[in-house]
Write a protein that binds this ligand. Structure first.
Ligand SMILES: Cc1ncc(C[n+]2csc(CCOP(=O)(O)OP(=O)(O)O)c2C)c(N)n1
Ligand SMILES: [Mg+2]
Length: 392
């Protein structure tokens, strides 16, 4: 796993000596450090002239590759479990692994993250057992992890709502005097391209801006909000909206784990140093369905998906590691084997998860309960008891 700071330890000396302006990468205005062909770009300039680079050790590059593969495999296993009737629903991250692993690994231990329902890769980087979201989507668990323990808030299905939670939290961090210096705390809020049309997100932008909140808005532009394409959300590149709210915005190649890391680390460090919020638009693609309830063939054409397949985040990392002789076939085989073993183990554990007693749905509504809830619980218990001894 790439846990290290890119400023530490032995450096790989193989990076190509090039700096690119974001606009010169083939995609408009995109910060990129690793091309789809696996060519390394030493540094890239953002729209405000910020120079982005990473300087990982070989071990750290391999760690990032392993993260990408493990996360994709866990996601595929979850999709399979849903198809077999073992989960009620699954929102796949297929295609978005680099945006999530890159940003997830850029978080420092003290940073707080607010996810949507698709951030399984970030969850994994935070050290949360992947069984947790599976329990949620199996309907046998009411949430799973402790947000304070892992610095990763609960999954949020209400589109955009978590950006408001994150803004309030980040304002609190600043009021508590926790910003400033390396040890300062920063906050990151994940949301999608569709969410940018929500009032909540735009209100968050206003509040975070005027209160100089230590917050990174991380928008994964996966080109769709269910069946609605990006052109139904905006007429300008999403990252440019930040300017209107008074903070910087940058568009990064979200299929490039290195650039996603570099841009996020920079934005988080600015936030923790008291420089306020910023917006990252991670330009990526949802390779699968919106959720397992969706059929994307009804609203997008196969050639579009194929064009994005050529930009696959894992393939380009593998090409880079191979070309630079950082890793060989035995490493790739071992990673695949690890992914297979972990997914088999995950499946076994999901199938063994006990069904909760229905009455537990009252347990976590309020921290200390309420008389009304107590009464509802009593009535429900009585109702359930009325079935005892009957065949049903
Ligand atoms: C407030 C609200 N409105 C509508 C929905 C239904 N809904 C669920 S996902 C989704 C699309 C979200 O698209 P985007 O923000 O691009 O995120 P993505 O799913 O692509 O990651 C919608 C409209 C919802 N969950 N919450
Ligand atoms: Mg989307």
């Amino acid at each position: 796993m790439a846990k290290g700071d890119p400023g530490a330890a032995t450096r790989s000396k193989r990076a190509a000596p090039r700096t690119r302006r974001a606009a010169a990468t083939g995609e408009p205005e995109l910060v990129q450090l690793l091309t789809p062909e696996g060519e390394r770009i030493e540094s890239a300039l953002g729209p405000d002239g910020t120079e982005y680079r990473v300087d990982f050790t070989d071990e750290e590059y391999c760690g990032l590759y392993r993260d990408l593969v493990l996360v994709r495999k866990l996601d595929a296993e979850a999709t399979a479990l849903q198809r077999q009737g073992e989960l009620g629903l699954w929102a796949s991250l297929l295609g978005q692994e680099a945006a999530q692993v890159g940003s997830g690994r850029a978080l420092r231990t003290q940073d707080m993250a607010f996810p949507t329902y698709r951030e399984h890769g970030v969850l994994y980087c935070r050290g949360i057992d992947p069984i947790m979201p599976l329990g949620l989507f199996r309907g046998v668990d009411q949430g799973g992890w402790d947000p304070n323990e892992f610095k990763f808030n609960m999954y949020t299905i209400v589109i955009g709502a978590q950006t408001l939670h994150a803004t309030g939290y980040a304002m609190g961090v600043a009021m508590d005097g926790k910003t400033g210096g390396e040890d300062g705390e920063a906050v990151i809020a994940y949301f999608g391209d569709g969410a940018t049309s929500q009032g909540d997100v735009n209100e968050s932008f206003v509040w975070a801006s005027v209160f100089n909140a230590p917050l990174v808005f991380f928008c994964q532009n996966n080109q769709y909000a269910i069946s609605e394409p990006l052109e139904r959300q905006t007429r300008v590149p999403l990252y440019r909206r930040a300017g209107g709210f008074g903070f910087p915005g940058v568009r990064v190649d979200g299929n490039d784990v290195l650039a996603s890391y570099a841009v996020t680390r920079h934005a988080l460090d600015n936030a923790r140093n008291g420089q306020g919020p910023s917006l990252i638009e991670a330009y990526t693609y949802r390779m699968g369905a919106h959720t397992t309830s969706d059929d994307p063939t009804r609203y997008r054409i196969a050639s579009e998906v194929e064009a994005w397949q050529a930009k696959d985040p894992i393939a380009r990392m593998k090409a880079f590691l191979t070309k630079q002789k950082i890793a060989d076939e035995s490493f790739f085989t071992a990673v695949d084997e690890q992914a297979r073993t972990e997914s088999v183990h995950l499946r076994e554990r999901v199938l063994a998860m006990p069904d909760p007693q229905p009455v537990t749905m009252f347990d976590h509504v309020y921290p200390n309960g309420s008389p009304e809830l107590d009464e509802q619980r009593a009535r429900f218990t009585q109702y359930m008891e009325s079935f005892e001894g009957s065949a049903h």
